[in-house]
Design a protein around this ligand. Structure first.
Ligand SMILES: [Zn+2]
Length: 241
């Protein structure tokens, strides 16, 4: 995996922090890119803001615990070195004060020292408000710093095809010349996806997406939008484990 400033390679970074809303976002979504960074020698950490307990797949009283274990499995498969998991209410991230989420991202930044943040595109990919909120928090945390934020997205033709075949709500995003189109190895991503057994009903969709995209993933450089400048908490106040 080449890592450089070329448009067909990952943006250069030796330390990367991924910010996600749910367990499985790091695998179903960012997995190919994370594996590419790890393969290139980067140290990747992840901050996941909910335990995914509101999923309609595998829903039962123990879902949060199962998904916590599934995330740990995926973290191992992807070669992620550090994983923080918060316990914000799945499906209701938009109701969590943005300053609180931003403060948590800032603590993760302080602890890991990333050179780049990796997130979902602000569209939320599937339009999910939790995805949008996680990216909003990452962008606000990086705002005013030199820390670049890159948003992964699903290109328009793939989104349109998946929506027609599966009735999904992927937000079609037209690639621009400034975006990166990166070749990835799906092996580690597939292993990580398989960890999310409770969400296994999504795997035919994920495999069809891989089929449509081949080994390509799409990334857009994002620029921060300031909410109010969040207070910067001490590094021992991250209420996530
Ligand atoms: Zn998600």
């Amino acid at each position: 995996m080449m890592v450089s400033d070329r448009r067909d390679s990952l943006p250069a970074a030796r330390r990367v922090l991924a910010v996600c809303a749910h367990p499985d976002d790091e695998s179903f979504g960012l997995g190919g890119l994370i594996a590419g960074y790890v393969h290139g020698g980067a140290d990747v950490a992840i901050l996941t803001l909910t335990r995914g307990e509101a999923s309609t797949l595998g829903a039962d009283a123990e879902l949060a615990e199962r998904r916590t274990a599934e995330l740990a499995c995926a973290v191992r498969e992807l070669g992620i070195t550090t994983s923080w998991l918060c316990d914000h209410p799945d499906g209701h991230l938009a109701q969590v004060p943005i300053d609180q989420l931003v403060a948590e991202v800032l603590v993760a930044i302080e602890r890991h020292g990333p050179e780049l943040l990796l997130v979902f595109h602000p569209s939320g990919i599937t339009g999910h408000p939790d995805h949008q909120r996680a990216t909003e928090a990452a962008l606000s945390a990086a705002c005013g710093s030199d820390l670049p934020v890159h948003g992964w997205y699903v290109p328009d033709e793939v989104a349109t095809t998946l929506n027609a075949e599966f009735g999904t709500a992927f937000v079609p995003t037209e690639p621009s010349a400034a975006d990166r189109r990166v070749r990835v190895d799906r092996a580690a991503q597939r292993s990580a996806c398989a960890c999310h057994r409770s969400q296994g009903g999504a795997l035919p969709l994920i495999e069809r997406k891989f089929e449509l995209q081949g080994d390509l993933e799409y990334l857009r450089a994002l620029t921060g939008t300031a909410t109010d400048t969040p207070s910067r908490p001490a590094a021992d106040q991250l209420p996530c484990h």
